[in-house]
Write a protein that binds this ligand. Structure first.
Ligand code: BDP
Length: 713
């Protein structure tokens, strides 16, 4: 009964949404990159109008309804034409979207080899002649593939591309493309800077916010096909039946958009509150006194829980697990390994084809005095010990989402375990939702990083997409930057990071500038000088942030806990969190010696990287202070001393923010005023902040170098 009511409710909300799709105008960023404003270039508009005279979408599935609605809504906006969408072909200049089951009725010829190459989510977009009539064909094996094709096709119109000769074939390089929401059940979001959580737990499952549909649609438009709804610091209550019903209601919305639902679980879930020992995270929701993964009662508890979940959510994706990390419970409390813990959960999910995403973000001080070495040391010996449906999910770097890090050396070092890459879209260490920092150039640097695991060309991308080590499953996660702010991400430009994550997860070969340009055209319009200006602001913004926060391989000198402003002198008394722990400034020089004479972290990389990093002469300067303690007077490749170069980078980084503010100001009359003003205010804030970073860090390090501050040009 309840299920039926829910279905009716979701359906009703869905219908209302489809009807009022075009109402929003001054949206303050709500419509994201899916604005569908009228095409401003007259020639293009004519070309599009001529090429699209009718729209044919046969089939009845809920996702096909989405395809139809999207096309109607978009073409009305972009072309100003109210084209009716029919199920039957026949007219000329038709846009025909088909899956194999309607090939015959639509008069589309079979093409088995093409279909095979598309896989379950891929698609083709082609200019074709069907029964003597010109048509544009969107073809996919599954409705969700057609939905992706639809967004691709519409993107061409939004960005002003010609559609005269279309020949696109696209399929995702990575299978699971998942957002990790660090959302708590009380509505707060850990490291979230865009308001409260999108999930209205109190109102669920009875009331379904229209925003869930918009969220799902935005994700689908960039190919994201999974969402972990809750924080990795998981509250065990998420697995109570009352919450699972709420989760099921969300899953029912997301499913139509091709998005699977996953949950973060607390390893102590089977433990009764009565046996809670120390710390509020210990007690779970079960009736056992243990969560030892080798205890048969614990294993049974998880099996029953899995059964219960799948009875409510038949396509549930699986569990994300933070265990034995930062106070979260885990198998190590019982003397068991990460593999023991992950395998127990994997066994429970296996009958339903669910996966475990077991996080490698662990840094137990007992493992090694150097924090960046710990995850590798714990996980590499476990390679080959995980069940087939377990991913080990590792952050891009060995420390913690710093403005810049070398790649986590685990990648490439676990050939028998599918490693899932975790990126952070929310800007925990990169100025929150206050700083304009476009992250695609950073992610591209990681993807291109050559691990040398199997000789040259063993890029991180090839590890993650499974081509290097033939992983049986592949995945990528992005820690989401969404919240219930009107513009979703707090900063309008933070939307570009959500967008870029999805695009790169689909195809890591896309260029950062190319993605920026798409986003700009879809968000602000296609005027070429506007596009140029905004693109130039975005493309240098990450490097500027690295310069004013952590130049030359410095890391973790942010204020503790908040991770926002500079805190180079901060000393909380905890070894790892003392900032000098990471930068090691002294009268001789600066930087963390991780060479073979120091902590030895260089040796976790494959040769020749290990040797390259080990020598300051060959170590890329972007990682210099990550791997070396360098004298203040040491000459860099520029011929300048470390001290001068360091100061100049701080100044250059802050100066870039001034430039961005000026560039933005030049666009005043070309933009919606609301949006213009909101970004302007953020840039003013960023200017002040970058100045604070520059001055705090340069004067702090001056206490050690005792040299005059060099401002550069
Ligand atoms: C750190 C965050 C913390 C997260 C942790 C994690 O500061 O809030 O819980 O990572 O990824 O970056 O588990």
């Amino acid at each position: 009964m309840r299920g039926k009511r829910l279905h009716t409710l979701i359906h009703a909300t869905f219908v209302v949404l489809c009807l009022c799709g075009e109402v929003v105008s001054a949206d303050h960023g709500y419509r994201l990159w899916l604005k569908y404003e009228r095409v401003s270039d007259k020639h293009r508009l004519q070309e599009y109008r001529r090429a699209i005279g009718a729209v044919v979408v046969p089939g009845k599935s809920a996702t096909l309804v989405l395809v139809r609605n999207e096309l109607r809504r978009a073409l009305k906006g972009l072309l100003g034409e109210d084209l009716s969408v029919t199920a039957k072909g026949g007219s000329s200049n038709a846009l025909i979207a088909v899956t194999p089951s309607s090939f015959v009725s639509a008069g589309v010829p079979e093409s088995p080899s093409l279909l095979r190459s598309l896989g379950p989510e891929g698609y083709a977009i082609k200019t074709a002649v069907i029964k003597g009539k010109r048509a544009i064909l969107l073809v996919a094996n599954q409705p969700v593939g057609l939905y992706y094709a639809t967004f691709h096709f519409l993107r061409l119109l939004q960005t002003g591309h010609s559609i005269a000769h279309l020949d696109v074939v696209s399929r995702p390089r990575i299978q699971l493309r998942v957002l990790n929401h660090w959302d708590n059940l009380d509505g707060t979001v850990e490291r979230g800077y865009a308001g409260k959580s999108l999930w209205e737990w109190r109102q669920l499952p009875d009331s379904i916010s229209p925003r869930y549909f918009d969220y799902a649609r935005a994700n689908a438009s960039v190919g994201i096909n999974g969402a972990v709804l809750n924080n990795v610091n998981a509250n065990p209550a998420i697995l109570r039946i009352a919450y699972l019903r709420k989760v099921a209601a969300l899953a029912a919305v997301l499913r139509t958009y091709g998005i699977r639902t996953y949950l973060s679980i607390n390893f102590s879930s089977p433990v009764s509150q009565r046996f809670e020992q120390g710390g509020n995270r210990k007690g779970g929701i079960g009736d056992l006194e243990t969560s030892d993964p080798l205890d048969p009662r614990v294993r049974l508890w998880w099996k029953k829980k899995a059964k219960e979940i799948y009875s409510l959510i038949p396509d549930f994706g699986g569990f994300l697990v933070k265990a034995s990390s930062e106070g979260m419970p885990g198998p190590q409390e019982y003397g068991r390994t990460h593999a023991d813990g992950a395998n127990m959960l994997a066994e429970a999910l296996e009958p339903y084809h669910g996966v475990v995403m077991w996080r490698a973000f662990v840094y137990d001080a007992a493992i090694d005095p150097d924090r960046v070495k710990r995850s590798y040391k714990e996980f590499v010996p476990l390679d080959g010990k995980f069940r087939d449906n377990v991913f080990v999910q590792a952050k891009n770097g060995p420390l913690d989402f710093q403005p810049r890090e070398p790649v986590q050396p685990l990648f490439g070092a676990m050939p028998k375990t599918p490693l899932m890459l975790e990126l952070q879209i929310t800007q925990e260490y990169l100025g929150h939702s206050t700083h304009l920092v476009y992250l695609a150039p950073m992610w591209k640097e990681y993807f291109a990083f050559d691990t040398f695991a199997k000789g040259p060309g063993s890029t991180l991308a090839s590890v993650v997409d499974g081509t290097l080590q033939q992983y049986s499953m592949t995945g990528i996660a992005g820690v989401a930057n969404t919240g219930n702010d009107r513009n979703w991400c707090g900063h309008l430009f933070a939307q570009a990071n959500w967008y870029a994550f999805g695009r790169l997860a689909w195809d890591h070969d896309l260029g950062a500038a190319e993605i920026a340009e798409e986003w700009i055209r879809m968000t602000f319009g296609t005027d070429s000088s506007l596009v140029r200006t905004v693109r130039s602001m975005m493309m240098g913004s990450w490097s500027a942030c690295v310069h004013y926060m952590t130049p030359l391989g410095l890391h973790h000198i942010m204020q503790a806990d908040l991770h926002y402003g500079p805190g180079p002198q901060y000393d909380s008394g905890r070894q790892d969190w003392r900032s000098t722990y990471y930068h090691r400034a002294d009268s001789i020089g600066l930087g963390f010696d991780r060479t073979t004479k120091g902590s030895g972290a260089v040796s976790q990389y494959f040769a020749p990287l290990s040797d390259l990093f080990n020598d300051p002469k060959s170590c890329p300067e972007k990682y210099l202070l990550w791997f070396h303690h360098v004298p203040w007077g040491y000459r860099l490749r520029s011929g300048k001393t470390l001290w001068v170069e360091l100061c100049e980078r701080y100044f250059a980084g802050a100066a870039y923010v001034d430039t961005m503010a000026g560039q933005w100001a030049s666009l005043r009359h070309r933009l919606d005023q609301e949006i213009f003003e909101s970004v302007k205010r953020k840039l003013e804030h960023q200017r002040i902040d970058s100045g604070i970073w520059r001055d705090t860090c340069s004067t702090y390090f001056q206490r050690f170098s005792r040299l005059p501050i060099a401002r550069g040009q």
